[in-house]
Design a protein around this ligand. Structure first.
Ligand SMILES: [Mg+2]
Length: 212
């Protein structure tokens, strides 16, 4: 008998935590031009950056201390993570579920400090059988795969696909604050129709299922 298996993808910035890191856009001579939030960066035109007349500075995103000190939990999301975390360790029906945090960030400078931010919310991030962190590192101005320039959403999609092909779950869920990523995720059903897809928009401290 096929046992239930759910793979849940969970974004971090503005989904699990309200975070404060900004991208600094600098002119060629290094002068600061603007500071963008994660969400503003997602839609920021890349032309000048690709042409190298502007640079994007992501230093704040690698600071685990800043993340630990300044992030504010999104209460309903943190509650669900605690519940899943308990369920996956104690209920045989959920032993084969997993949670993958898919973040656009690259490496943090202190992994333990990063994990502490989750531990402090009683999320059992050290349960390595059930929790994974996937850093797509796509907060870089010009990431390519096979020479093709990929957007933030596209790079996350590659990551979802990677896990789904490896795990072949019955159900795939996504929790995200960026509607573009949600649309891309739902399009995966064209590629892998055997999986049931459920997407949830996290906004203003509420979680709403998106029509499929
Ligand atoms: Mg986000």
């Amino acid at each position: 008998m096929q046992r239930q298996r759910i793979v849940r993808f969970v974004d971090i910035d503005e989904t699990v935590f309200h975070t404060t890191a900004h991208i600094k856009i600098r002119a060629e001579d290094g002068t600061l031009q603007k500071e963008l939030s994660n969400q503003q960066w997602n839609v920021y035109p890349r032309e000048n950056i690709i042409a190298k007349t502007e640079t994007a500075d992501f230093a704040e995103f690698s600071s685990a201390q800043k993340f630990f000190d300044e992030s504010i939990p999104v209460a309903p999301m943190v509650e669900m993570l605690r519940e899943w975390s308990y369920e996956m360790r104690t209920d045989p029906k959920h032993f084969r579920d997993m949670v993958v945090f898919v973040t656009a960030r690259g490496d943090f400078d202190d992994r333990e400090k990063l994990l502490d931010a989750f531990r402090r919310q009683l999320i059992c991030i050290d349960d390595k059988e059930h929790f994974y962190i996937s850093r797509t590192g796509n907060l870089s101005p010009d990431t390519r795969i096979n020479g093709i320039h990929l957007s933030v959403a596209q790079r996350k999609k590659v990551e979802y696909l990677h896990y789904l092909m490896a795990e072949m779950p019955a159900v795939a869920e996504l929790y995200e604050d960026d509607p573009k990523n949600i649309q891309d995720f739902l399009e995966l059903k064209k590629e892998m129709p055997a999986i049931e897809y459920r997407a949830f928009l996290v906004k203003d401290n509420t979680i709403t299922q998106v029509e499929n």
